[in-house]
Design a protein. Structure first.
Length: 315
């Protein structure tokens, strides 16, 4: 199987002279988090993500219309060729820690986009990825998403065993520049929102910040957190088994869960990345952290609705 067999196409791109409002609009319209930046000949000269837009809005304190793509995009592009094998694609992603890569043809023109989610979905779809066993897929994605040295917990069985205990949060009365500052300073992509009583009332991601800046057309300092936050409808307890945590993630297709104590207070944060990094060869029957179970969760969480794919492709 080659990159062209799995890549998303057609892929939407922007131009370096476009403003960030236009880039965010394309991400909104096509439900994507990354845009290749191409020249008039469709040669890729950069990439820009929803996080890039979020951080530009934070660091510059301007409206999206006042900033251009050229000044925000990543100029070093890690791309693959459409006839590259999946083994080659995996190696490139592991080496660069790139979650998504543009796919180019022989003329180095943009023809598609390939993500780690495509690898996960392909593994158990009707078009299985040749040679990609559970362990290979999980280990590859684990290496790609690892931003810091992994702390492995071989006996982990409960949410408390894997959760991040140092959780940086914001309050419902904050503005989005405060939230983006937390994301910038602590290199995180989501921040729980805590109410006056100390209970978690919502969640804000870097994409939420990007989309709020787009839809409101204001600087982040003028946008309330409540505009962007999603209600924290799903959470787990510290004593929730990892198997149940994965079931919640699969059922609702979510990658991050706040961990709340019996009083509803935030005590930790658990992400799919935490689970992936601790995947292992099964040590017992139905081991929730066994490669097969984790691969199934990855595939389920990363699966897209067919209707959504058709809408994005035809827009």
């Amino acid at each position: 199987m080659k990159a062209s067999d799995l890549m998303t196409k057609p892929v939407h791109s922007c131009q370096p002279h476009d403003d960030l409002q236009r880039a965010a609009q394309l991400m909104w319209d096509h439900d994507c988090g990354i845009l290749p930046v191409s020249d008039p000949e469709q040669h890729v000269i950069g990439v820009i993500t929803d996080r890039d837009v979020c951080m530009a809005a934070y660091t510059r304190g301007q409206r999206l219309r006042q900033m251009d793509v050229r000044s925000t995009m990543a100029k070093v592009v890690h791309a693959v060729r459409e006839d590259d094998s999946l083994e080659t694609v995996e190696a490139a992603m592991r080496c660069t820690h790139a979650r998504r890569v543009p796919v180019l043809d022989d003329q180095r023109k943009l023809v598609g986009l390939l993500s780690i989610h495509d690898l996960a979905r392909a593994h158990r779809s009707g078009h299985p990825a040749d040679g990609l066993e559970d362990e290979a897929v999980v280990r590859t994605i684990g290496e790609i998403v690892q931003r810091r040295p992994a702390v492995l917990r071989p006996q982990a069985k409960l949410a408390s065993d894997l959760m991040t205990r140092e959780v940086h949060h914001c309050r419902g009365s904050d503005r989005l520049d405060r939230v983006a500052g937390v994301m910038w300073n602590h290199r995180c992509g989501s921040v729980p929102v805590v109410g006056d009583g100390g209970r978690t009332i919502g969640m804000v991601t870097d994409r939420d910040v990007c989309m709020a800046a787009y839809t409101r057309g204001q600087p982040l300092s003028e946008i309330p957190v409540t505009v962007a936050a999603s209600r924290a409808a799903h959470s787990v307890r510290p004593d929730t088994p990892i198997a149940v945590v994965q079931a919640v993630m699969r059922m609702h297709r979510i990658r991050r869960l706040p961990v709340l104590d019996i009083g509803g207070n935030l005590v930790g944060f658990l992400s799919l990345s935490d689970i992936v990094r601790n995947a292992r060869a099964p040590i017992e029957e139905d081991d929730a952290l066994g490669f097969g179970k984790v691969a199934a969760t990855l595939e389920s969480v990363c699966r897209r609705d067919d209707a959504l794919l058709m809408r994005a492709a035809s827009a």
